[in-house]
Design a protein around this ligand. Sequence first.
Ligand SMILES: NC(=O)c1ccc[n+]([C@@H]2O[C@H](COP(=O)([O-])OP(=O)(O)OC[C@H]3O[C@@H](n4cnc5c(N)ncnc54)[C@H](O)[C@@H]3O)[C@@H](O)[C@H]2O)c1
Length: 379
Amino acid sequence: MKELRIGLIGYGFMGKAHSNAYRRVPNFFNLDYTPVLKAVCGRDKEKAEAFAKQWGYESVETDWRKVIDRKDIDAVDICTPNNTHKEIALAAAKAGKMILCEKPLARNAEEGREMVKAVESAGVPNMVWYNYRRVPAVSLAKQLIDEGKLGRIFHFRALFLQDWTISADLPQGGTALWRLDAAAAGSGVTGDLLAHCIDTAIWLNGGVASVGAMTETFVKERKHNLTGKVEKVGIDDACAFLARFKNGSLATFESTRYARGHKALYTFEINGEHASIAWDLHDLHRLSYFEHRDPGYLRGWRSVHVTDGDHPYMNHWWVPGLQIGYEHTFVHQVADFIEGLSKKQPAHPTFKDALETQIICDTVLKAAKTGCFEKVPEV
Ligand SMILES: NC(=O)c1ccc[n+]([C@@H]2O[C@H](COP(=O)([O-])OP(=O)(O)OC[C@H]3O[C@@H](n4cnc5c(N)ncnc54)[C@H](O)[C@@H]3O)[C@@H](O)[C@H]2O)c1
């Protein structure tokens, strides 16, 4: 058994999700490598030490550069805000480390291109944590499309709705609210939420040719946590866009943090010539499927409980009928990354795959500004 020695940078929400995945993966998957939690890095030493104790990290660093310099670390896991991804990834690639980077790849495609160049010229294994691909029901959707069950695809429809930034009193920036600060996040719901929808969409339905979009920033000024001053808000609070896929299908995407009552309503529906599929994060272990070729008297939407041993990933978990959840998507992603190492094949999405999503996000934001349909540039 080989070791995969992890240096985790950032111990927030994703730091926990990834640490949990590294710990669980050897219990449920038979792999050639076992993750070893070598070091966690955070700027607050006390908090980083408490995290290390809770999750079983062997050591703590307070400067991410130290993690990259360490000879006893094989893979650097970037779980920090978007404005730090490029600098950390470039340094890690230069040091020959494998890199697992949180999404979005970067704040914009320009940064993303540099990151792709860096990992490709260093030849280091790399992956971006677009974890929703690895919800078994979403992987099943991919299987059905690849098997040709839907036939020609006409429509793709995706939503990602939240409601946590409606209060005008909510500040922007700093450790807790970096997502509202354009300098740290790059963009608002487009890079944060629609990036997930886009990654899933291009995985399921291929590349996007052109987009037309509208965005809105409902609260124009917020107090900035770092300066204490009221400052202009630079992120998009809401974004809706139309897309034309390269395969000729049409799509609508919508995301907002102002949909009162919705916390993380991520849904998509795909309509094909012979069948349709639909998925809802709130019921993530189910896939809705409509098959037009069924006999007429039986035709209707079925709800597949994606928990059987022959469903994607499910033979690693419990007995049929017992479901798994959100955290397991990260376990699956680690398992696939390690399988990729064994087979010397990339685990997707790679930095390059994630750059495609980044380019679409940039084009959406451009289209919202110009008010015109914009062609999506090639990666
Ligand atoms: N895959 C997903 O579904 C998903 C979900 C949430 C967040 N994310 C992404 O994960 C990344 C982190 O988001 P989060 O929700 O975990 O944020 P978070 O605010 O919960 O955690 C960020 C962590 O980074 C640390 N940090 C910030 N700057 C640092 C620096 N210079 N050096 C070391 N540590 C630093 C913070 O102290 C904190 O521990 C973002 O890129 C975000 O878009 C992905």
